[in-house]
Design a protein around this ligand. Structure first.
Ligand SMILES: [Fe+2]
Ligand SMILES: [Fe+2]
Length: 180
């Protein structure tokens, strides 16, 4: 027997769209557990904010012969983490949740740590570690969401791609700074 060309008939789709209009973009067809997704996104948001703060600190504190180019890289990453944070916060709101930006609990909710680093080399290492943590936790979230929320999944995949670039950038800097 051939597959049905469309999964839900038009009448049902239209009726469902009229129900629970206050839920905005979240329709009854939403397959994921909204609360859990918002909780995970809030952890990601805390992680991004801590990463912004760490990169900003490193940007202002970078010293030494390689400082200028390395600091420029730190600033670029800080700005990209800010874009990630904003996109994640926006998605939380879209899902009917609220972004948690409470500063008091930020470091306990974040997956990555705020490490100041002793010197330029140390800062690069700390950033590489934080990026590797972010990569692992985004990969976990993507696996959890699976096919249940394609929009959140796409967002997380895009962010993950950039975290991988960040990790790669830090690895390159590490090689430049400590030649064999
Ligand atoms: Fe990020
Ligand atoms: Fe990053």
């Amino acid at each position: 027997m051939p597959d049905k060309p469309f999964l839900t008939d038009i009448k049902t789709l239209r009726e469902r769209a009229r129900q629970h209009m206050e839920q905005g973009a979240v329709t009854p067809a939403y397959k994921a557990d909204r609360e859990t997704v918002c909780k995970l996104l809030n952890e990601a948001l805390a992680t991004e904010i801590v990463c912004i703060l760490r990169y900003k600190r490193h940007y202002f504190m970078a010293e030494g012969i390689h400082a200028k180019s390395v600091a420029a890289e730190f600033l670029e990453h800080a700005n990209e983490e800010q874009v990630h944070a904003d996109r994640i916060a926006q998605r939380i709101v879209q899902l009917g949740g609220a972004p948690d930006l409470a500063p008091d609990t930020l470091t306990t909710r974040s997956h990555a740590e705020y490490k100041e680093g002793e010197d330029l080399l140390d800062m690069i290492k700390e950033n590489l570690i934080a990026e590797r943590i972010a990569i692992d936790s985004y990969a976990d979230m993507i696996r959890y969401i699976g096919e249940k929320d394609p929009t959140t999944r796409r967002l997380l995949e895009e962010v993950l791609g950039q975290e991988e670039e960040h990790a790669d950038d830090m690895k390159t800097l590490l090689e430049v700074m400590s030649p064999k």
